[in-house]
Write a protein that binds this ligand. Structure first.
Ligand code: ADP
Ligand code: AMP
Length: 200
């Protein structure tokens, strides 16, 4: 059974590849960012607390993220395996995951930082299913509309230059140490993410 972690900086293409691979391999696609955005949209107490961190491009506190992740992993569609997209992002999250459902492989999306700002500011996402598009590299078939479900595309508020800078800084400080963490456990597979979607 595959329990994969997609690890890499914001904009590296984790969501794009997880969407494709989850469908091809019959795995559940678990994005903590999508789960948190749904909580924000629904106005739950968790969403209200998470919102201010997300707007600023900071990480949501571990205790909040672990709660929704553990609940989501317990749903029936994860029985055949899953892809974690955007989790874990800190060492405490990684150690907690070992208790919940240990990963079988960790895919590291490797890409020069200079490519990420453009990818993120040009990103548009489906307002319903979260599928990512890109105005220059990966546009939808019909402008402004999701290919999968026809819902309108949105520009995430944290895909503006200022929160993008914060998110990249946070990645190097808090998340990049997980590369050594998983390499040391023999789980890390490095992938060149600076290539066309099909090649990745
Ligand atoms: P992440 O989930 O890692 O934050 P996304 O999958 O949302 O990243 O991709 C970020 C942006 O880059 C999106 O606009 C997406 O369409 C685009 N993108 C993803 N993969 C590639 C690629 N291989 N080449 C060019 N653009 C890409
Ligand atoms: P993403 O959709 O993965 O780019 O995540 C968007 C935002 O959600 C991040 O900038 C964080 O504020 C928050 N977030 C998502 N996943 C996590 C996580 N595992 N830990 C902490 N914050 C997270």
């Amino acid at each position: 059974m595959h329990r994969l972690i997609f690890l890499g900086p914001p904009g590296a293409g984790k969501g794009t590849q997880a969407t494709i691979l989850a469908r091809e391999m019959g795995l559940a696609h678990l994005s903590t960012g999508d789960l948190l955005r749904a909580a924000v949209a629904a106005g739950t107490p968790l969403g209200v607390e998470a919102d201010r961190y997300m707007r600023a491009g900071q990480l949501v506190p571990d205790r909040l993220v672990l709660g929704i992740l553990e609940e989501r992993v317990g749903e029936t569609d994860t029985a055949a395996g899953f892809i974690l997209d955007g989790f874990p992002r800190t060492v405490p999250q990684a150690t907690a995951l070992e208790r919940i459902a240990p990963a079988t492989r960790v895919i590291s999306f490797e890409i020069p930082e200079s490519r990420l700002v453009e990818r993120l500011t040009q990103r548009r996402v489906c307002s319903t299913c979260g599928t990512p598009y890109n105005l220059s590299t990966n546009p939808p078939a019909r402008p402004g509309v999701c290919d999968r479900d026809g819902a309108p595309l949105a520009h995430r508020s944290d895909d503006q230059p200022e929160p993008v800078r914060t998110r990249l800084k946070v990645y190097w400080e808090k998340t990049a140490p997980l590369l050594d963490y998983y390499a040391g456990r023999g789980l890390l597979l490095r992938v060149d993410a600076d290539a066309p979607v099909d090649a990745v």
